[in-house]
Design a protein around this ligand. Structure first.
Ligand code: PEP
Length: 251
């Protein structure tokens, strides 16, 4: 059985004071939710304060990026060991904004995944096609290339995949539940051909304009195992309603 995972990607939002306020308001809203893994990914500057306020709670911490070296002359970078040091359980790797604005490639993503897994961090590995690629009928080719490139020679301990169609991120356009299921099923089949039956245990999250209003129908799809949420995760109330999607499902 795959335990649903719902992760908040705060991107470049929240000061340390705002982080503390958010967590203080959020934790009581999700108290007792133990059948969904809840993850917050604040910016690097808020990780330590978030770790302090999340201690002992049912909410885990993630970073939004990582470098692959352990230490050294890499100005501005953060190592997997440093993320462990501030009690991160997960790290998001290969987000489309990093691919688009910061030159991240399948090769750099692959190195980051290797270093993160070797350090014992769970990885939320993002893949997804652009609108142009979808309209050209290349969605599956793109997903296959990103998956095989990112995972080449990699162990998949603690791996979570996030399918995030680029055209749905921050645009208010959500993939239909059928489009999401089709892509997730394709991804699971590819994982099966790369890793065998263990693919059944890998969680595949959907990301792209997830909201309290659409999470339940997305989660009802067989291969959708959770969500990676940007905009709608910035308010504790809205994110808590996404986390508690089972209540809206009546389940
Ligand atoms: C994201 O950043 O991963 C994301 C899915 O953003 P949004 O929910 O705002 O589309």
């Amino acid at each position: 059985m795959r335990i649903p995972l719902i992760a908040a990607n705060w991107k470049m939002h929240m000061t340390t004071a705002e982080t503390r306020e958010y967590i203080t308001e959020f934790l009581p809203l999700v108290e007792g939710v133990n059948d969904v893994e809840i993850v917050l990914a604040p910016p690097f500057t808020s990780l330590a304060v978030a770790a302090k306020f999340l201690k002992g709670s049912n909410v885990k911490l993630a970073a939004q990026n990582v470098f692959w070296e352990e230490k050294g002359a890499y100005t501005g970078e953060i190592s997997p060991q440093m993320l462990k040091d501030v009690e991160c359980s997960y790290v998001i790797i290969g987000h489309s904004e990093r691919r688009q604005y910061f030159g991240e490639t399948d090769e750099t993503v692959n190195k980051k995944i290797g270093a993160a897994v070797a350090t014992g961090l769970g990885v939320i590995f993002c893949i997804g096609e652009t609108l142009e690629e979808r309209e050209a009928g290349k969605t599956f080719d793109v997903l296959k290339k990103q998956l095989t490139g990112g995972l080449r020679d990699r162990k998949i301990d603690g791996l979570v995949i996030a399918y995030e169609p680029v055209w749905a991120i921050g645009t208010g356009k959500t993939a239909t539940p059928e489009q999401a299921q089709e892509a997730h099923e394709f991804i699971r089949n590819e994982l099966r051909s790369l890793y065998g039956d263990v693919s059944e245990s890998i969680r595949i999250l959907y990301g792209g304009s997830v909201k309290p209003e659409n999470i339940a129908t997305l989660m009802a799809q067989r291969d959708v195992d959770g969500g990676l949420v940007g905009g709608a995760s910035l308010k504790p109330d809205s994110f808590s309603r996404i986390v508690k999607f089972k209540e809206t499902q009546g389940g």
